[in-house]
Design a binder for this molecule. Structure first.
Ligand code: ASP
Length: 344
């Protein structure tokens, strides 16, 4: 072997070694969040309201960033970030959840670990202060993936979760939203059976569902995690569960593809298995996260559904598509730069 080749090979070896060292050191960590998609128009937003939303989204991103920077897992970052939004009355998750037809708050949440496809979810819970933590407890402390209603609440109590009086979740704005939705609903046809499976917009009040929250993170160890938490849809009937807690529909994470959290008209996300569809398109068709997310959302749109999603792949590529007027969303990367967006 001549000297030139030897030097080139040594250099190449160094570069490969440095690259894998950098990856092990986890130079890249990213957090992406959403606070729901819907009819969010600048003309309907007061400067104060816009400021308030931006402040909570920024705080949520900062919380996730601090966790990731400190070397915590993507699961820890997702959970801590979602707590901030669950605790804010501005979003349809935890405090500030929308009301069911019966005038209750029934929340759904899920979390998934992309490193091993472990997942946990709760649905239809009414007394758990932070449903995302209950979802994580189901994942880590039970042999199950999903627990609902009373059982989930009993399990949360046994797991040491903070429980609250159902009144804690009340906000006047959401209560008024229910009254408005019921008024409008009574004037509409319930379902068009002749629409070949395509539900008509307005069957469920599509303007009253935004505000679900979600987060996806990539940590320093290269692990992805995704979580979603929601009060569901205003005026939802008797035990309805949306896409958020259904693994593969509203929430999914897989280290070899992406982490995904969806928001929007849940029935369409369930029927299209949106979050897993994105992962599958990436895995089988070798599509980029952005192309796969767009294709999956297009299917939802074609069927008559609306909403958006956030997705983050193992290389830190982010996409945040939506087919509504707006979606509360934001990202933070390892340089600490926070970006918050609301409108199209
Ligand atoms: N996807 C949620 C649900 O259908 C609602 C939302 O994202 O706003 O329960």
């Amino acid at each position: 072997m001549n000297k030139h080749i030897k030097v080139t090979m040594a250099l190449l070896f160094c570069m490969v070694a440095m690259n894998s060292f950098a990856q092990k050191q986890g130079q890249k960590y990213v957090m992406v969040i959403h606070g729901g998609a819907g009819t969010i128009l600048k003309k309907n937003m007061s400067p104060e309201k816009e400021k308030a939303y931006t402040a909570v989204l920024t705080q949520a991103l900062q919380t996730g960033y601090d966790a990731l920077k400190a070397g915590k897992s993507s699961l820890d970052a997702v959970e801590a970030t979602i707590h901030i939004m669950e605790d804010s009355p501005l979003f349809n998750a935890g405090k500030g959840s929308v009301f069911t037809h019966d005038g209750k708050n029934e929340m759904d949440a899920a979390i998934m670990d992309g490193s091993n496809q472990m997942a946990g979810a709760v649905a239809g819970v009414s007394i758990i202060k932070n449903p995302i933590s209950a979802a994580r407890a189901v994942m880590e402390k039970s042999e199950h993936v999903m627990m609902v209603g009373r059982g989930a609440e009993t399990f949360a109590r046994q797991s040491g979760m903070q429980l609250v009086n159902p009144k804690y979740f009340y906000t006047k704005e959401r209560w008024n939203g229910l009254q408005q939705a019921m008024k409008e609903d009574s004037m509409k046809a319930v379902l068009d059976h002749h629409s070949k499976g395509v539900m008509k917009l307005g069957t469920l009040n599509h303007d009253y569902k935004f505000g679900t929250v979600g987060a996806v993170a990539l940590d320093q160890a290269g692990n992805l995690a995704a979580g979603t938490s929601t009060g569901g849809m205003t005026n939802k009937k008797f035990g309805r569960v949306g896409d958020a807690p259904i693994i593969g529909a509203g929430t999914y994470a897989n280290n070899s593809t992406a982490g995904i959290s969806c928001t929007g008209w849940g029935e369409f996300y369930i029927r299209n298995v949106v979050a897993y569809d994105i992962s599958a398109m990436m895995e089988y068709k070798k599509m980029s996260v952005a192309a796969a997310a767009k294709a999956a959302l297009d299917k939802v749109g074609k069927m008559g559904g609306d909403g958006g999603l956030i997705a983050l792949d193992k290389n830190g590529n982010v996409t945040m598509p939506f087919n509504t007027e707006g979606m509360y969303r934001g990202t933070v990367t390892e340089d600490g730069k926070i970006e918050v967006l609301i409108y199209k």
